[in-house]
Design a protein around this ligand. Sequence first.
Ligand code: BDR
Ligand code: CA
Length: 323
Amino acid sequence: MVTKIILDTDPGIDDAMAIIFAEASPDIELMAVTTVFGNATIENSTRNALYLKQKYKLKADVAQGADKPLSRAPVGATTVVHGEKGLGTVEAPELLEVEADSRPAYQYIIDALTAEPGEITLVAVGPLTNLALALAAKPEIVDLVKEVVVMGGAFGENGHRGNVSPYAEANIYDDPHAADRVFSADWPVAIIGLDVTEESFFSSEYLDQLRDDAGQVGQFIWDVSRYYLKFYCERVGLEGCHVHDPSAIAYVINPQLFTMRRGPVRVVTEGPAAGYTIQKFEQRKYMHDQWKEGGSQLVGVKVQSESLLDLYRRTIIDFSQKL
Ligand code: BDR
Ligand code: CA
């Protein structure tokens, strides 16, 4: 079965890896790429998305989204991880032959879900601002979406907590208020957080092999990953990188790769733990319980990482042979 998706993203090096993965997979129809601030400014993240649309002749629309969080002070682009303009040392040309849709991302999302009720999965791999804006403008979308898959958060499983603060993951830290609204809305959400994304590695050798086996697309993934690997080597002490955003795409293709735990999720929105994601997964009743309204979400707690890496490799190699 082919899953139709809108990919909400802040490209971003691993976002680019995820966009290409989604386009490459025969199990996914990439209907649109909606952009958000985060790894790069909204202008750069949109230009990067359009660059990929042009480079890989994507049928997907690109719609530009939010340039800042709902209410927190903006954190600023993550240039230390993703480079000055978001794609490491690779620069998208200033002038492109393709254009963004005229609608803002949240409106694009509303229109698409309304036109095809129950058919579209929203996959969000950046700050959740566009999704929160869509929910605010049309709360009925909770019944129109097929599923929401989010790369974000950290629940302390497998020893993984925050990556930008002791308890917060970057996408959630960038807009904790939006994340709390998205996670506590009554719609089906699957959360692929650091608990599982930090369990999979694209090693330096893996990326070298992909460059050698997957033609120009392998070369492109290798090129954009140079800056990312430098960050990982110098700041994290790893010869490779975690597999963040492509893991959300892997979940769409094959959810069986992940063990998921059910329970409502809330986000700390203020103070030193802002961005901390907390799931209530036991059945106990409490006198005071602000987890009990809204939905019950799925959180990834385990991943078959070898199979995930193999899926990514095979999908990209097959795609390279069709280009
Ligand atoms: C997430 O933050 C961004 O840097 C990545 O693109 C990914 O979505 C990982 O914490
Ligand atoms: Ca991202």
